[in-house]
Design a protein around this ligand. Structure first.
Ligand SMILES: *Cc1c(COP(=O)(O)O)cnc(C)c1O
Length: 441
């Protein structure tokens, strides 16, 4: 079993971690800075549960920030990984399994003719950006405030001060020069979109967007916004890049783009970016698109992109097994139904407790917001998300954590349900929520 057993405590592990790792963590949000308190050090995970270093069990609604759609330790996935490990960890040469995974992805995402595998969402988004610039011969890009596309320099940008102005770096170490080609607009704002395109449309290499934005909790790109964005991109020769690192194989089998295509016949992005579920918990991500665009990539074309561990044999085994499991008949209907019942149950308890809350879900992804007034409308952009009740969220988060329910430790993060979450798990979660919400009054 695990080597981590009491007398380890989360507090002493955190202290020890802080000595050797900046902030004690290898990715900032894990440090609980937004909500305060001590991060839980996880010793193992099984099904819908995480177990911390103190042996406490949590029902997991983070799922490694999205990948664990089958729950932890799914037998088919573990078998595939174990078999792959026995055949070698990495070759630096092409394999059959990369072809199989590419074929599987392309079958599920008809907007793409070809796909390239990489190791992280950051790398996939950064590569998609370079590809879009290389393919169009243009430098300027557009993104939206609140959307996260990994931590590549050109994408770590917040909105400028006025309409269609260029953005400012959100991180030290990113020179203003590097983001001077990045335009940042408010999400779901048609008027600003029109204005930005009329000023800069013909200089734009691409527009990158999270179609359902999970990095500001849960905000859908509205249909009219997405439809107009597609039209403007086509009209001005800019590529539309869907960052589906979170939504891909998570909100639906075909990703968020399949939902827009259902509502807007013929709708398709030019380039798509995937990660998280696609690797099933191993470092794997991908970007792909139309054949003529992908042909710009080395070794066929002039856009350079490479990776020592790209298409890694163990990661591809894990991803392939995961993608096969989620294609079982009824998988997404069942997952969506469970996720919806969690969200509606949560909203019902909030209503009963007299706490204003709104929420939404799609497939296995959900979000909820503590609103300041009794409103039924969901936040539509970053400003509205940030105006929701942070202090209330933080108290709710800790009340839930104390009761063994592990939600994302920041109000601007989406939540995830897995196929391993049972009715009993959901009931237990809702019972804890009922109690937590009452304690907020
Ligand atoms: C997580 C995420 C990324 C970054 O992926 P990493 O694997 O963490 O580098 C990019 N885009 C979106 C939409 C994400 O949710």
């Amino acid at each position: 079993m695990s080597s981590q057993q009491p007398p380890f405590t989360n507090a002493n592990l955190f202290e020890r971690a802080e000595r050797v790792i900046p902030g004690g963590v290898n990715s900032p949000v894990r440090a609980f800075r937004a909500v305060g308190g001590t991060p839980r050090f996880i010793a193992k995970a099984q099904g819908a549960y995480l177990f911390d270093a103190e042996g406490k069990r949590y029902i997991d609604y983070i799922g490694s920030w999205g990948p664990m759609i089958l729950g932890h330790g799914h037998p088919a996935v573990l078998d595939a990984v174990h078999a792959a490990v026995n055949e070698g960890l990495s070759y630096g040469a092409p394999t059959l399994r990369e072809i199989e995974l590419a074929e599987e992805i392309l079958k599920l995402v008809p907007s793409m003719d070809q796909v390239r595998l990489v190791s992280s969402g950051t790398e996939a988004a950064m590569s998609a950006l370079r590809l879009a610039r290389g393919a169009t011969g243009r430098s300027m890009i557009m993104k939206f405030e609140g959307c996260y596309h990994g931590h590549a320099d050109a994408l770590l940008v917040k909105a400028g001060s006025g309409l269609a102005t260029l953005g400012h770096p959100t991180s030290a170490g990113v020179p203003a020069d590097v983001v001077k080609h990045t335009l940042v607009l408010p999400y779901n704002d048609l008027a600003q979109l029109e204005a930005a395109f009329s000023l800069h449309g013909d200089q734009l290499a691409c527009v990158m967007i999270e179609p359902i934005c999970g990095n500001m909790n849960f905000v859908r790109g509205s249909l009219p916004f997405m439809q107009r964005l597609r039209e403007l991109c086509t009209q001005h020769g800019a590529l539309l890049v869907f960052d589906e690192v979170m939504t891909g194989f998570r909100v639906a089998l075909g990703g968020a783009q399949s939902l827009y295509a259902k509502a807007l016949p013929g709708f398709a992005p030019d380039i798509s970016v995937f990660g998280k579920v696609i690797g099933g918990g191993m470092p794997l991500a991908a970007f792909g698109g139309r054949r003529d665009v992908m042909a710009q990539l080395a070794p066929l074309g002039p856009v350079y992109q490479a990776g020592t561990l790209s298409g890694n044999p163990v990661a591809t085994a894990c991803g392939l097994a995961t993608l096969r499991e989620i294609q079982r008949p009824g998988f997404f209907d069942r997952l969506a139904e469970r996720t919806r019942s969690l969200t509606t149950g949560l909203l019902a308890h909030a209503h009963d407790a007299g706490i204003p809350m709104v929420g939404d879900s799609e497939g296995g992804m959900f979000g909820f917001f503590f609103t300041s007034t009794n409103t039924t409308s969901l936040p539509q952009n970053y400003t509205e998300v940030m105006a929701t009740h942070k202090e209330r969220f933080n108290r709710f988060f800790h009340a839930m954590l104390d009761q063994g329910i592990y939600l994302a430790p920041a109000l601007y993060e989406a939540g995830f349900v897995s196929a391993a979450h049972s009715d009993e798990d959901l009931q237990q979660t809702l019972a804890a929520a009922e109690q937590s919400l009452r304690s907020l009054n």
